[in-house]
Write a protein that binds this ligand. Sequence first.
Ligand code: CA
Length: 235
Amino acid sequence: MKKSGTSGRRLLLVEDESRLADALQVLLSREGYTVDVCPDGLSGLNAILANSYQAAILDVMLPGISGFEIVKKARETGISTPVLILTARSEVDDKVRGLDCGADDYLTKPFETRELLARLRALERRGKKDHPETLSLYDLSLDPASFTLTCTRNSQSVRLSKKEYQILEMFMENPGRVLSREQLAVKIWGYDSESEYNNVEVYLSFTRKKLAFIESSAKIKALRGLGYELREKNV
Ligand code: CA
């Protein structure tokens, strides 16, 4: 593995075409990234498992194992490093496969370096969002690492499911705002579909039960025709 740069944001680049790898390493180092370059699939997999990267850029066709397999294995191991797949092929099939296996984004060769840098910045922003800080509102504290909701008045806590967590995160990030069922559905399922609206109600009722369980003063109030708001009781 070749390394470059000394500090700042650390990237993994897995690319077997040495001229492209060298050119990208120079470009990325100039942008302030520290770049680890691996020329084959296995060393790339070992690197992503062993180190903490801001993002990884993976070629698809590699000696040993493919870029798809690297990201698949990394995700199975719980590694959430944002991954950008580089591919010479632009077939839709490949894109679907890449996203299926847990890649975050795609770039088809040949590409503009400007575009690569823009995609990397977007991935880094997304990566940060994946590790948010503890949220606090009213008497609630929400820990994103453990999905634990705590009532700060009595220290009672409860673990949330992923969807309950997403619901409360959205309310706590938008204090005092009324959120529509559609907004909640899009946040939780990533799209707006009639069939998911009823599911929103189901998860809201689970979430209400968790709030009651820890005896929080906060409750999710339904506002007819408008949506829902997280409020303190009697306010
Ligand atoms: Ca290749």
